[in-house]
Write a protein that binds this ligand. Structure first.
Ligand SMILES: Cc1cc2nc3c(=O)[nH]c(=O)nc-3n(C[C@H](O)[C@H](O)[C@H](O)COP(=O)(O)OP(=O)(O)OC[C@H]3O[C@@H](n4cnc5c(N)ncnc54)[C@H](O)[C@@H]3O)c2cc1C
Length: 435
């Protein structure tokens, strides 16, 4: 019986907020715990000095049907703005504009030869047959979960296209390496690339979580330190206090979910579930954002370094490309990935700002001499779950088999997107409702 059941949801990112919203709808009394001072998780927006800066997720697409439904339901459609599809790829001295879905820009793109382009077109057309893949559902992605992105791209497109077209379409947005991740994500994206449209919320990406959480009982600044099984109930300890619940939804990253469930009995959280949580790895990301006077840059297009070898600078973005600021300043953000991101995770703010700028200046000559003022820094060790080959299938099994009173939600159980987090949350609540 759902009615009257008291449910604790740990973590108020997209997965936790959706889970709380849906569990409330199913008649449960829900309390949402969040260790940070605000809801949003990895979609958190930083608002200061007239700027609205996304610190994690920055956009969604026209193939996020679940998010679209919530946008309608929550009255968020008015806040949605369409984004440019133009990027600028950089390789050594070459600077090459590329607009996704524009044949003219593709044919003019100088970093790949004519025969490679023809092969790319043929493979992309053939991949349209996978348009039906649900990019948020690990069972759907599992159909293609048999090799890495790198293996697939090298086999069907060759080394050059892999480094100059495939990697720049994945690594600057997910920060992991194409060598490590299942090809399912890439094939699903390839099938949708031609008519992909990108959007954001004018008031910041965390508007989704903020709106979902409005009617809910949310305890921000309440990091959960432990959950103790007491008979058929669970005692949640947070910020020196405690409270008892009938059910738990753990909607954090896998490492935190493991820590909080490690001592639970096998009948509640099985050894298989714990092993899955333990084996989840993450890619790191550091974002360093700087103020600069408006008008010093020729354009606001995103710069993406590309080519063989590690590209520690994932992307360089300009905030006015997304939304207008209230000030005469703009923001330029440098996103780092791989070993350099890991190296700067524990650095002081001063060192991280200096280190990010130094790396970016090596690939983007516009930055030299610009009067950049440090504005905001985000260092995330667990930025993006690595969906290694075979993992979508394992995640699908995990979601299908889980049942109350303790269930898990989070992007690592679906796909590393807001839409993936939503899928996992809906699935977790469905598991509680099934009983
Ligand atoms: C830099 C970056 C860029 C991205 N870009 C995009 C993008 O453009 N589009 C897109 O769709 N996705 C993007 N993503 C991915 C997207 O942000 C995530 O997939 C999504 O936020 C995952 O949601 P979640 O709820 O599973 O986890 P999270 O958002 O991480 O939420 C988990 C929450 O749990 C809280 N928590 C942790 N421990 C505790 C505790 N002990 N007690 C209470 N609370 C706790 C955390 O503070 C956090 O708020 C990006 C991610 C990053 C890092």
């Amino acid at each position: 019986m759902a009615k009257g059941r008291k449910t604790a949801i740990i973590g108020a990112g997209p997965a936790g907020c959706v889970a709380a919203y849906e569990a409330t709808r199913s008649g449960r009394k829900v309390v949402l715990f969040e260790k940070e001072k605000a809801v949003g998780g990895r979609t958190l927006t930083h608002r200061s000095g007239g700027h609205v800066l996304d610190t994690g997720a920055g956009f969604f697409t026209n193939f996020y049907p679940r998010l679209e439904r919530y946008n309608r339901e929550l009255g968020l459609e008015r806040d949605v703005v369409r984004l440019s599809r133009q990027n600028v790829l950089i390789s050594g001295d070459q600077v090459a504009p590329l607009a996704l879905g524009s044949p003219l820009s593709f044919f003019r793109f100088p970093l790949v030869g004519a025969s490679d382009k023809l092969r790319m077109i043929a493979v992309t057309l053939a991949r349209m047959r996978f348009r039906g893949i649900d990019l948020a559902d690990p069972a759907s992605l599992g159909r293609l979960d048999t090799g890495s992105i790198a293996e697939d791209a090298r086999k069907f497109l060759g080394e050059n296209v892999y480094h100059y077209l495939v990697r720049p379409g994945i690594e600057p947005f997910w920060y992991f390496s194409c060598e490590d991740v299942s090809r399912s994500l890439y094939i699903g994206l390839q099938a949708r690339a031609a008519d992909a449209v990108f959007f954001t919320y004018n008031s910041g990406m965390d508007s989704f979580c903020r709106r979902l959480a409005e009617p809910l009982e949310v305890r921000t600044g309440s990091g959960v330190t432990s959950i103790v099984e007491k008979g058929r109930r669970f005692h949640v300890n947070f910020s020196g206090k405690g409270e008892s619940f009938d059910e738990i939804i753990l909607a954090t990253t896998a490492n935190v979910a493991l820590r909080l469930s490690a001592n639970m009995s096998d009948s509640v959280v099985s050894e298989n579930q714990k092993a899955f949580l333990k084996s989840q790895t993450y890619a790191a990301n550091v974002m360093a954002s700087y103020r600069l006077p408006r008008g010093l840059l020729d354009d606001s297009d995103t710069r993406i370094p590309c080519g063989a070898g590690e590209n520690p600078v994932a992307a360089i973005t300009v905030n006015s490309d997304k939304r207008k600021s209230q000030t005469d300043e703009d923001l330029i953000s440098i996103y780092l990935r791989g070993d350099e991101a890991i190296r700067l995770l524990k650095s002081s703010k001063k060192d991280a700002f200096a280190g990010a700028r130094q790396l970016a200046e090596m690939v983007d000559s516009r930055l030299a001499g610009l009067p950049l003022q440090p504005f905001f820094l985000k260092q995330r060790g667990n930025a993006i779950p690595v969906h290694a080959v075979g993992r979508y299938l394992r995640a699908a099994t995990f979601l299908q088999r889980q049942s109350g009173p303790v269930v898990f939600a989070g992007d690592y159980l679906a796909n590393a997107t807001v839409e993936g987090a939503i899928y996992s949350a809906q699935s977790a609540v469905a598991a509680l409702v099934r009983g």
